[in-house]
Design a protein around this ligand. Structure first.
Ligand code: DAH
Length: 346
């Protein structure tokens, strides 16, 4: 029996030594110390021994059991440590490596200028409203005092929608300006009115550095009792100063638009050369930025607003021109050609 125990001891310890992971370790434990394990079997066999052998064998077997249990615990400890170390090694990060850059999106320059202008006008009490890009001849022209055959129609090269009605007319078009929104808004609302109406407009245009077939405009309208040209000038002057700098000067000159009377064009003194003359203002000293005027009485009448009681002013301007002037961008086509080298600069 003692010999058997000795053999078992060296065999068990040898095997234990060779184990490589915790799974193998468990198999080892079952094989030697488990309920049907080799050592357990021997301990059970003690009772079959003659009494004089039993005592020594029992002591030796129990000693071996303790030894195996202790060595097992030790080995288990070692293996756990090695496995943990291995796992740490595998998941190791080098904190000195540069991180993955987080790519930040940005707003399109048109969106930025739209937000900037909108907030200037909302601060002055204007609301912001949007409307349809596919319009009818009535809203885009007729209601704005530009009837069929009127020479002023040539001011807007029009993209007509390929649709003919039962009378053989083509009444649908892509709006050529945001001014039709004046009519739509006044049809729905009574004065006092203070509103800006931004959005896309379309022109049948030979495209070049200063002409796109789609661009943005922002339309403004104020109608109430007692509104005068002084309100128009004051509002647009303040707008120009907030957008282009407090020291801006403005210049109003007569201009013609069928839906206003009188009509004006507003220019600001060149914020690059302060009026001396440079490339941006083409040596003029002045930069035209918008058209405006007092709402024509016929336009008011058309939306059942009595021009004897109410007056108003309106204005309209192209949006892309503003960042073009501010940042010296010389080609409007850059805005909508999705070139990241351009867009990432804003
Ligand atoms: N709609 C005009 C255009 O596209 C701009 C304009 C001029 C709008 C005078 C107005 C205005 O409201 O009063 O050329």
């Amino acid at each position: 029996m003692l010999e058997d125990l000795d053999k078992l001891k060296s065999e068990a310890l040898e095997k234990l030594e060779a184990l490589k992971d915790l799974k193998e370790l468990d198999t080892w434990r079952v094989n030697y110390l488990g309920r049907k394990g080799a050592l357990t079997q021997m301990l059970r066999g003690l009772s079959d021994l003659p009494a004089e052998e039993r005592k020594d064998a029992g002591t030796a077997a129990n000693k071996l059991k303790t030894l195996l249990e202790e060595t097992l615990a030790q080995k288990q400890d070692d293996l756990k440590k090695t496995e943990l170390k291995k796992r740490l090694e595998e998941s190791r990060i080098d904190v000195t490596l540069p991180g993955n850059p987080i790519r930040l999106g940005r707003l399109h320059p048109t969106t930025q200028i739209l937000r900037e202008t909108s907030s200037i006008f909302t601060a002055m009490g204007f609301e912001v409203v949007e409307g349809p890009e596919v319009e009818t001849d009535y809203y885009n022209f007729e209601a704005l005092n530009i009837p069929r055959g009127h020479p002023a129609r040539d001011m807007w090269d029009t993209l007509w929608v390929d649709y003919t009605n039962e009378k053989g007319e083509r009444p649908m078009l892509m709006r050529t300006h945001t001014s039709p929104m004046q009519i739509r808004f006044m049809e729905r609302r009574e004065p006092p009115i203070r509103v800006i109406m931004p959005g896309k407009v379309y022109r049948y245009e030979a495209i070049d550095a200063t002409h796109e077939s789609m661009f943005y405009q922002i339309e403004g309208l104020a109608v109430d009792k007692g509104i005068t040209m002084a309100d128009l000038k004051g509002t647009l002057y303040e707008f120009a100063r907030r957008l282009f700098g407090q020291d801006r000067r403005v210049r109003f000159r007569c201009d013609y638009f069928p839906f206003v009377e009188p009509g004006v064009e507003m220019a600001i003194d060149c914020f690059i050369c302060k009026g001396k003359g440079c490339r941006v203002c083409k040596d003029e000293g002045w930069i035209e930025i918008l058209g405006a005027g007092m709402v024509h009485p016929d336009v008011l009448r058309r939306v059942n607003c009595d021009p004897e009681i109410y007056t108003g002013f309106a204005f309209g301007m192209g949006l892309e021109r503003i960042p073009m002037l501010k940042y010296g961008i010389d080609d409007i086509r850059l805005f909508y050609s999705n070139d990241l080298r351009f867009l990432e600069q804003f």
